[in-house]
Ligand binder design. Structure first.
Ligand code: ADP
Length: 600
């Protein structure tokens, strides 16, 4: 069973190949051709034999007639003598019948008693001889049950009919045509080989094209080293390869560009999504999906669900206006809309643009920082104005007092001038702080970053406050290891420790300890703790302590020369160094600031 199946498979493979197909056609055509030629040949051979037979029979008929005439056999009623004639006729099994003009059989060499035979007038060959002088017919003899070729000729008194066994059959023919068939088969083989050799060239291009298409199927750029023959098929083959390679190159370039675009989209802070004109999501980055799920509170998967989100209702109205009314889209000014929504105390800008093919994009950006900064800036501006007013009014007041009461005693004069000087110092500090905080926020990148030893910074700050700490009996412990280096900005880091220490000296009270240590580090960050053992800050104030101009005790802060910006500067400076800061009261007394600073 197995070899048959295998043979069948191989046969199918051969037949399915281009060359196999050509051969199949060739064989079919050749067989048809051979059959046609053989049939024709057979017919010719048959006719030739029949003619030959007829000729022989005609001769025998003629000889018989002469034999009857010369021997006067009819008159003498001695027709049986014909048997002698038959003996000398070379044709074996020749039957001779003499029939009178009425159809009565007078003699039959195969039948002893002709009188028993029926009337032969209606035998076809006799009928033909009656009409045309001679006639022939092939049929099975009613007497001998053999197939005979009958031939009859009409003479003046009788018909002479001769017959021989008719055996001009195919078998005989094939036997005699054996050489002819052998010739045909040789011819077939010869033409086959010739065809095989000539089709090679024709099939070569096709085979190469097939090899190429198999390679191309793997979806790789095909370096096709084989060369095609220089005929039409070869030209087509070369063209196809070139077209394929060009297409493949363009496709690869496009895929690359798309990949770049996708990488870029994924690196974006904004969420972006592209929709087809029938509102189906075609492309989006992961930020977009995050934002959408944040808006919806539940998991969103389909384009329909996305566009149903409340936050996009204005986008939908905008889209409907253009898409439903089939409004013309101006290529130079693509329709777009933009608005801000707030969710969970955050602000998001939503933008949508419709493209000329009526597809559209939705862009979501987290503008919380911008919005909050704007609000803060507004607040800051009014706070600054308010803060500036107080020292300015004091300076103005002191100077007016001096002028209004002129001349005034030197001592009083000095007192008012000193007061005005203090207030003008405050004004300078305030302006410096405001400008510092603005600089950190607006032009953070302009601060020069270099390798800084934090131990040294802390020690420098200690030095400037050394006498004041001594006055207040403050113990200072710097546990930062010398050589704790980071890439940072010296003046900002200086401000961090200066503000923290100044606050401890100003607000924490006397007889305390200040301790600075680096309690942990990892690949990216140092983690610091700044603590004092002073009064601490009432816990209800802690959440707002880093806000600008936020003070626990306004009067006291002013009296100490504070601007309310110290901790805000600390927080901004830490954030500038990619760190975080938090604050907590410590038990039994005092406060602790925990902050991280990036090493890079
Ligand atoms: P200021 O310019 O008033 O010092 P800061 O932002 O530096 O502003 O501090 C805000 C407020 O936090 C201060 O007014 C003070 O009341 C409180 N504060 C800061 N540091 C300490 C501390 N170490 N101990 C007690 N209170 C503090």
């Amino acid at each position: 069973m197995f070899p048959i199946v295998r043979f069948k498979a191989i046969l199918m493979k051969v037949i399915r190949s281009f060359r196999g197909e050509i051969f199949l056609y060739f064989i079919v055509i050749f067989i048809l051709f051979t059959v046609a030629v053989l049939t024709f040949q057979y017919q010719r051979e048959k006719k030739y034999r029949v003619d030959q037979l007829e000729n022989t029979l005609d001769n025998i008929t003629e000889v018989t007639h002469l034999f009857i005439q010369q021997n006067n056999l009819l008159q003498n009623h001695n027709l049986d003598k014909i048997d002698e004639l038959i003996k000398i006729i070379p044709q074996p099994n020749t039957r001779i019948t003499i029939i009178d003009l009425k159809g009565i059989v007078l003699f039959d060499s195969f039948v002893d008693d002709p009188e028993t035979m029926e009337n032969h007038l209606h035998r076809p060959e006799i009928q033909m001889a009656l009409n045309e002088g001679r006639g022939s017919n092939i049929r099975v003899s009613a007497t001998t049950k053999q197939k005979f070729y009958y031939y009859a000729k009409k003479h003046a008194d009788y018909y002479v009919r001769t017959a021989v066994i008719y055996n001009v059959d195919v078998q005989d023919f094939l036997k005699t045509s054996r050489r002819y068939i052998l010739f045909i088969v040789t011819l077939f083989a010869f033409i086959g080989i010739l065809l095989y050799l000539t089709t090679y060239k024709l099939v070569e291009s096709i085979t190469k094209l097939k090899n190429f298409s198999l390679k191309a199927g793997t979806n790789e750029l095909v370096k096709f080293e084989e060369s095609f023959p220089k005929n039409e098929l070869g030209i087509i083959g070369n063209q196809i390869i070139q077209i394929y390679n060009n297409l493949k190159k363009t496709k690869d370039e496009l895929t690359n560009e798309k990949e770049k675009l996708l990488n870029h989209l994924d690196a974006l802070e904004e969420g972006i999504a592209f929709f087809s004109s029938d509102k189906n999501l075609t492309l989006s980055n992961s930020r977009f999906i995050q934002f959408v799920n944040l808006f919806a509170k539940k998991n969103i998967n389909t384009s329909k669900q996305i566009l149903k989100i409340n936050e996009f209702s204005k986008v939908i109205k905008f889209l409907d206006k253009y898409l439903k009314n089939n409004k013309e889209i101006d290529l130079k000014a693509l329709p777009q809309t933009e608005y801000t929504v707030s969710k969970n105390e955050k602000f998001y800008k939503i933008q949508s643009i419709i493209f000329n093919d009526r597809s559209f994009e939705i862009l979501i950006s987290d503008v919380t920082r911008l919005v909050k900064r704007r609000l803060l800036k507004q607040q800051l501006t009014s706070n600054i104005a308010h803060e500036l007013k107080t020292p300015l009014a004091s300076i103005k007041g002191y100077l007016e007092t001096i002028l209004d009461n002129w001349p005034i005693p030197d001592e009083k004069q000095k007192y008012f001038i000193e007061k005005a000087h203090f207030q003008s110092n405050r004004l300078t500090t305030l302006i410096n702080d405001v400008s510092l905080i603005n600089n950190i926020e607006d032009a953070g990148d302009l601060f020069e970053m270099r390798s800084i030893d934090l131990y040294k910074i802390v020690d420098d700050v200690r030095e400037i406050f050394a006498s004041r700490m001594e006055e207040n009996n403050i113990e200072f412990i710097n546990e930062v290891n010398p050589g704790t280096k980071i890439n940072g900005n010296e003046s900002l880091l200086f401000s961090v420790f200066q503000n923290l220490m100044e606050n401890s000296i100003n607000y924490a009270g006397a007889d305390i300890k200040i301790r600075i240590r680096c309690y942990h580090q990892d690949d990216k960050y140092y983690y610091f703790s700044y603590s004092d053992t002073g009064t601490g800050i009432p816990s209800e104030h802690l959440p707002r302590i880093f806000e600008r101009f936020y003070r626990v005790d306004k009067g006291r802060s002013r009296e100490k020369g504070g601007t309310g910006l110290g901790l805000a500067i600390v927080k901004n400076a830490i954030q500038m160094h990619k760190g975080e800061i938090s604050v907590k009261n410590v038990i039994p007394k005092g406060i602790e600031f925990l902050f991280s600073i990036s090493k890079e």
